[in-house]
Every structure is written in structure tokens, then in C-alpha cells.
Design a binder for this molecule. Structure first.
Ligand SMILES: C[S@@+](CC[C@H](N)C(=O)[O-])C[C@H]1O[C@@H](n2cnc3c(N)ncnc32)[C@H](O)[C@@H]1O
Length: 216
């Protein structure tokens, strides 16, 4: 998250006024740092945006691909109604164990569950839990096109699909970086989302850019 903290005075005002982490989220982030988790979570602006979207859409079932330490998941789960459920997929057992502890201490254990393994192996097992109301993709970029296909399979009209890091740190359209697998994955994802006749899509320029689509 450290890259997300170089803010102009205006951006800092917005963060302090609209998007500030509360004590629970601050603790999660500082413990994640102490535990040696990579500082690659979304920032509070995106967290609040996800929370607003969950409430706006009345989402009850949310799927996240890429959990890390449960920061984005905490924003999402806090917005779910009683009986709502977040399933978050994560490759690393260490990240999942950290997340379970954090979600329990935030009182979210009954609403949020992390499942461990490569997401492409976990996704086929979610058929009985679909359709999801909102799907947030934030994992390995080379697999984003495949994650979008799964997201479409697990959607219904009105489902919101989001993918973080469209800009790839400003490198998405860099002509010298187009052979990088992550950049190729993100370009493929962006082009597939923008060109899919089943979707209405845009990119919200928070932080590294969040692609967002709603299923028609
Ligand atoms: C950018 S971080 C997720 C950040 C999290 N959404 C947040 O904002 O708090 C990406 C996560 O995806 C996980 N990941 C990478 N490849 C994966 C895969 N093939 N399947 C599942 N998770 C994966 C990484 O271990 C990492 O924890």
C-alpha cells in the first residue's frame, strides 16, 4: 500500500474526510507489515469504493480473487447485510492464516471466508455458490482474462465485476513492456471486458485504476 500514500494536499483531504481507515483497519495493515506480507493491498479510497458498491447493489454474495491479508475483504464484508457472504480466494496459506485471524478480531468471521489454492483450481468448485452479486479480481495479472471468464460464468444480470491495477503502474500502454506476461494479461482482460457485448464497462481511476463492469 505504500505507493498509495504519496498524496497531494487535496487527495489527503479526501482521504482524511471520506476514506480514512478506522482503528481496526489500521491495526490490520500494521500487523500485515509486521508479519512481512507484501504492501500491495488496495488503498482506503478503493476500499470505501467497494463498500459503497456493495451497499449500492444490495450485494449479498461476493467473490474476491486475491485476498492477501484481508484488507479489501474487510471493507467488503463490513458492507454486507446479515446473512451476506464473502468468499476470497488466496494462493498463500500464510496470507490466508493471517486473514482469518484479522477477520475474527474484526468480528467478520461469520461473513467472510478465505479458501486457499491457485484460484483457477478453486473456481470450478464454486458453482453451487454462484451467481455472485459482485466479483473483485485482484490477483496474478497474467490470469486476469481467465478470471474474467469465470466471473462471467458466475454472474447474473446486474452482477458487478471489478479488476484492480488496470494501469499496471503506468506501464499498460508502454510500447517497451508489451511482452511482459502481467501486462499482456491485463491488456487482454481490459480489451475483453470493454469489448464484451454482455457488459457495460468503464475504468475508475482510483490509485492504479479499477476496471468495472455490470452484466446486462
Ligand atoms: C494484490 S494482492 C491482493 C490484495 C487484496 N485484495 C487487498 O487489497 O487487500 C494479490 C494476492 O493474490 C494472491 N495470488 C497470486 N496468485 C494467485 C493465484 N493464482 N490464485 C490465488 N491467489 C493468488 C497473492 O498471494 C496475493 O496475496
Amino acid at each position: 500500500m505504500s505507493k498509495l500514500n504519496d498524496l497531494s494536499p487535496y487527495e489527503q483531504f479526501l482521504r482524511d474526510t471520506f476514506h480514512a481507515d478506522d482503528a481496526g483497519l489500521q491495526r490490520l495493515q500494521s500487523e500485515a507489515e509486521k508479519a512481512g506480507l507484501p504492501a500491495i493491498s488496495i488503498g482506503p479510497e478503493q476500499g470505501k469504493f467497494l463498500q459503497v458498491l456493495v451497499q449500492l447493489t444490495g450485494a449479498r454474495k461476493v467473490l474476491e480473487i486475491g485476498c492477501l491479508g484481508g484488507y479489501s475483504g474487510a471493507w467488503i464484508a463490513r458492507a454486507l447485510p446479515a446473512g451476506g457472504k464473502l468468499i476470497s480466494l488466496e494462493l498463500e496459506e500464510k496470507h490466508a492464516a493471517f486473514t482469518r485471524k484479522q477477520w475474527a478480531s474484526l468480528g467478520l468471521a461469520d461473513k467472510a471466508e478465505v479458501r486457499v489454492g491457485p484460484a483457477l483450481e478453486s473456481l470450478p468448485g464454486l458453482a453451487d455458490e454462484a451467481p455472485f452479486d459482485l466479483i473483485f479480481i485482484d490477483a496474478d495479472k497474467n490470469n486476469y482474462p481467465a478470471y474474467l471468464e469465470w466471473a462471467l460464468r458466475y454472474s447474473r444480470p446486474g452482477t458487478v465485476i471489478l479488476g484492480d491495477n488496470v494501469s499496471m503502474g503506468g506501464r499498460l500502454a508502454d510500447p517497451d513492456r508489451q511482452e511482459n506476461p502481467g501486462i499482456r494479461g491485463m491488456r487482454g482482460f481490459a480489451e475483453a471486458m470493454a469489448g464484451d457485448a454482455r457488459l457495460v464497462s468503464t475504468v475508475v481511476p482510483y490509485a492504479d485504476g479499477i476496471a468495472m463492469a455490470v452484466v446486462k
